[in-house]
Design a protein around this ligand. Structure first.
Ligand code: SF4
Length: 483
């Protein structure tokens, strides 16, 4: 068990190519043992311990390098319940050390060519080349020494192909690039929704549902293998939706793709006229235990890195490997918000990082608990986030009382007892109904009443620009709900 970090979830990287010099191999082995014992080091070769309060982020089960996932809890890691959440420990220690703002910096993804190799040796060489700070200054001019040290470390951990920071970067264009962006600029409150991609390859289902929902909402999301279970690709669904006159939102999650896969899908989507991309981390493969055999998860990029990479491609025409693209893709970028994950201050900082990296709209997890949601809004307001990105709040029409209780146990979801009581009462009423009648009517009516009340309350909250009706798999309820 490492001293300063949780137990690593995966083993340490081994170098693809062995270091030729035996002395380097010996030094690397020493580094691996020392940092393994202290920090659970996985030898990623891109050390950011200094940025993560000396807790190694690579001990995170998803290998996230820029903050906790949407399902982190105070009690345990969502992937492996036998261990604490690494990122919760990072935030707690950074808070104790007074270094929370350092967590805003967008950390680069692992450079596979460096994984398994020493991180100390290239840094020592880099320092030797830069000749600053001078060691003597540590004693003579300590303030100057630490300033130059910060600069040196920043330059080293932000390589030429990444060059990120902790600042906000506004989009490098004026005119809205999509109907969703235009609606958010021109309307005070909008409604969006989603269609669950079909399990089979029939385009009709997507086209019919897009035509059904199109007139009632501004845009339609298509999930990207939600719950780690494969369905028709979000890209194909978006294309069918656009062809039938709808405004589509492509979801891209990091679990199933490498950075190359993400880039090519984004470029392809823009070529197909898909103008909105929602960047997500993705559920871990054990999210759907019924989906077997489980695939090893990719998680090459987290959602912050995806936003940074796609924003630079759109605004600077640069791919992550430095190549320039002729025709820059045009898309409106979004990210997920999880208002009930960990404490609001940590959460708002995590959200600020997504917005700084490039998120222009935020689609939250389902919201039922308005008072808790308001404290999260306050934390976001304190960081002036809501004038930089448009907030769409998730509203989920509960299917029935059983569904309500299942959702209430989901990490990142908070359902007040009063709502559970109302659904249970509706369930009792349905049960008393004579056999053969259309059961669950009271539950459906109660659930829709709850959803409408939530939309009304959310509409009155400052900073809320709309709601996202999470009606995937029950799309037919949307028109009735909105009437
Ligand atoms: S809960 Fe999420 S962020 Fe925390 S260690 Fe597990 S996978 Fe990583």
């Amino acid at each position: 068990m490492p001293i300063f970090s949780p137990r690593p979830f995966q083993s340490a990287y081994l170098p693809v190519e062995q270091d030729r010099a035996w002395l380097v191999r010996v030094f690397t082995a020493l580094e691996r043992s020392a940092k393994g014992l202290l920090f659970g080091c996985r030898m990623c070769g891109n050390c950011i311990l200094q940025e993560t309060a000396f807790v190694c982020p690579m001990t995170c089960a998803k290998g996230l390098r820029n903050g906790f996932c949407g399902e982190a809890t105070e009690e345990r890691c969502v992937v492996d319940a036998s261990r604490p959440c690494t990122w919760l420990q990072i935030f707690q220690r950074a808070e104790r050390m007074g270094r929370m703002e350092k967590l805003l910096e967008v950390n680069a993804p692992v450079n596979g060519a460096q994984a398994g190799h020493s991180a100390w040796l290239p840094f020592a060489r880099f320092w030797a080349e830069r000749k600053q700070p001078q060691l003597a200054d540590l004693a003579l001019r300590p303030q100057r020494f630490w300033q130059e040290w910060e600069g040196l470390c920043f330059e080293f951990r932000q390589p030429s192909w990444w060059q990120a920071d902790g600042r906000y970067h506004s989009p490098a264009y004026q005119e809205p690039v999509s109907r969703l962006e235009a609606a958010l600029r021109s309307q005070p409150f909008i409604v969006t929704t989603e269609i669950e991609p079909p399990l089979g390859s029939s385009p009709e289902e997507v086209v019919e549902k897009s035509r059904l929902l199109g007139p009632h909402v501004v845009s339609i999301n298509f999930a990207d293998n939600a719950f780690a279970a494969s369905r028709m690709s979000s890209l194909a669904c978006c294309k069918l939706c656009v062809e039938s006159g709808g405004e589509a939102v492509l979801q891209i999650q990091g679990r199933d793709r490498s950075r190359n896969g993400i880039l090519s899908d984004a470029i392809g989507a823009a070529a197909l006229g898909i103008r909105n991309i929602l960047c997500l981390g993705g559920d871990y493969h054990n999210k759907s235990p019924q989906v077997y055999p489980a695939q090893p998860s990719q998680f090459d990029l987290d959602s912050v890195q995806m936003l940074w990479m796609l924003r630079r491609l759109r605004d600077e025409g640069k791919l992550v490997d430095g190549r320039e693209v002729e025709e820059r893709p045009r898309y409106f970028l979004g990210a997920a918000g999880a208002p009930f994950t960990l404490k609001p201050e940590y959460n708002a900082l995590r959200l600020e990082k997504k917005i700084n990296a490039g998120a222009q709209f935020i689609q939250t997890q389902m919201v039922f608990d308005i008072p808790r949601f308001e404290s999260w809004l306050e934390a976001c307001e304190k960081r002036s986030l809501l004038d930089k990105a448009a907030l769409l709040v998730g509203v989920y029409p509960l299917r029935d009382a059983e569904d309500a209780h299942i959702m209430a146990n989901e990490p990142g979801v908070a359902i007040p007892a009063e709502i559970l009581r109302r659904m249970d009462a509706a369930f009792e009423k349905d049960n008393q109904l004579a056999a053969g009648s259309s059961a669950a009517d009271h539950q459906r009516m109660e659930s829709h009443a709850i959803a409408r009340e939530l939309v009304q309350k959310l509409k009155e909250l400052p900073g809320v620009r709309g709601v996202h009706l999470m009606a995937g798999g029950q799309e037919e309820v949307v028109p009735g709900l909105l009437e």
